[in-house]
Design a protein around this ligand. Structure first.
Ligand SMILES: NC(=O)c1ccc[n+]([C@@H]2O[C@H](COP(=O)([O-])OP(=O)(O)OC[C@H]3O[C@@H](n4cnc5c(N)ncnc54)[C@H](OP(=O)(O)O)[C@@H]3O)[C@@H](O)[C@H]2O)c1
Length: 368
């Protein structure tokens, strides 16, 4: 995985890269709440701290970390700010100087948002493929409270996109989810920049965990060893069967169809086959023969509907998809204006996912 470099040495981005103008002379402080405090949200806290000066100077944004919550941590809030250093070292038994209740039913999210005086919710709880819950309830509660809702969780997109989008619009808040597909790569924002274009279909490699497993098994690791490697990178779903059986890729495919093709599709409507039946021998033979296996997502508009699938496919060794290894991902869009538009993301780590949420934060607050 490419090492993450701190903002001190990172090249300065042009403001245009996220389509925003800097807010000169006006500084606003936002109270931030983090729901789910695992790999993604912890990394986001680090990234926010790293980019704090740039956010203040270029976008007029300052922030307080005012709330964190998970089942084990309970609902922790302090509208004056919790202090990020203490948060990252957080021990569930001794959060220093914070308002706290014991783990409680989800209805307490409303008390928590109020106690934190939340302006922005970062929702990064585990994916529930079948229902999208409780993330949908979290986002609904945030928008009803008057809080921007930013999520890395795909469940709410496939199970409640239209409802949450409309609720956000009615409340004058933003519901943003750039980190749900291809980490922080601005896929959804890209289509915001292409008005009146029609997406006919797409194909690609969208699940990093299975791509790492397939790459490592080709190199000689067993399935279990390869899975452990993906888990050590922090990229596997909380329940890794979601990756292995193709659910994560199917949910991403459904999310892209729902938002970009404007066709609400259920996850079950995406034909799905995972990588369980691929043996190391079969993978090595396929690579040797010049047709390596990849877990490929596909969608094609058919009349008013769509045909979608996730399945292992043999791809030509010289094709772009064959070159996608490790945590990298790839997507190829077919539109009526650009016949082929492809994006490759090479070796992202958790900071790429966290970056998508940070960029959503800047986008959400820019207009408010
Ligand atoms: N990791 C990645 O590379 C990546 C990339 C893109 C998107 N995502 C998405 O981002 C989300 C988070 O991923 P992650 O890697 O950070 O997962 P993770 O490390 O497993 O963390 C999940 C967090 O959610 C909390 N949680 C789970 N269920 C909850 C519930 N019902 N109520 C409150 N808190 C709950 C967990 O804590 P408790 O167990 O204490 O509740 C934990 O703090 C997932 O939806 C994932 O699909 C991840």
């Amino acid at each position: 995985m490419a090492p993450w470099k701190s903002g001190a040495s990172a090249p300065r981005q042009r403001d245009k890269s996220i389509g925003l103008q800097p807010l000169r002379g006006r500084i606003r402080t936002y109270n931030l709440c983090f729901l789910g405090f695992g790999n993604v949200n912890r990394t986001l806290v680090r990234l926010l701290e790293d980019r704090a000066q740039e956010l203040r100077e270029r976008y007029g944004i300052t922030f307080r970390i005012a709330g964190i919550a998970s089942r084990r941590l309970g609902w922790i809030a302090d509208a004056e700010g919790l202090g990020s250093a203490s948060l990252l070292a957080l021990n569930s038994d001794s959060p220093p100087g914070v308002w706290r209740t014991e783990p409680a039913p989800h209805k307490n999210i409303r008390d928590w948002l109020s106690a934190a005086q939340a302006d922005v919710l970062f929702e990064a709880t585990s994916l529930d493929v079948q229902s999208g819950q409780p993330a949908i309830d979290h986002i609904r509660a945030a928008l009803e409270h008057g809080t921007h809702a930013i999520t890395a969780n795909k469940g709410p997109i496939v199970h409640a996109y239209r409802e949450l989008r409309d609720l956000a619009a009615a409340r004058g808040k933003r519901f943003l989810f750039e980190s749900t597909v291809m980490d922080g790569v601005p896929i959804f924002s890209l289509f915001d920049q292409m008005p009146a274009i029609h997406l006919q279909g797409f194909h690609g490699i969208l699940n990093s965990t299975t791509n790492v497993i397939l790459s490592e098994m080709e190199q000689g690791l067993t399935f279990d060893e390869a899975l452990q490697k993906a888990q050590a990178l922090g990229i596997a779903e909380t329940d890794a069967t979601h990756d292995i059986d193709g659910w994560d890729a199917a949910v991403k495919t459904a999310a892209l169809i729902t938002v970009l093709m404007d066709i609400p599709v259920r996850v079950e409507e995406v034909q799905r086959e995972g990588i369980r039946d691929l043996t190391p021998q079969a993978l090595r033979n396929a690579r040797r023969d010049g047709w390596p296996f990849k877990l490929v997502c596909r969608a094609q508009r058919v009349g008013d509907g769509v045909k979608a699938s996730v399945a292992p496919e043999k791809v030509l060794a010289t094709s772009p998809m064959a070159k996608i290894s490790g945590t990298s991902s790839y997507i190829y869009f077919e539109t009526d204006i650009f016949p082929g538009l492809a994006i490759t993301e090479e070796n992202p780590g958790l900071y790429a996912t966290a970056y998508g949420m940070l960029a959503d934060f800047v986008r959400a607050t820019a207009a408010h």
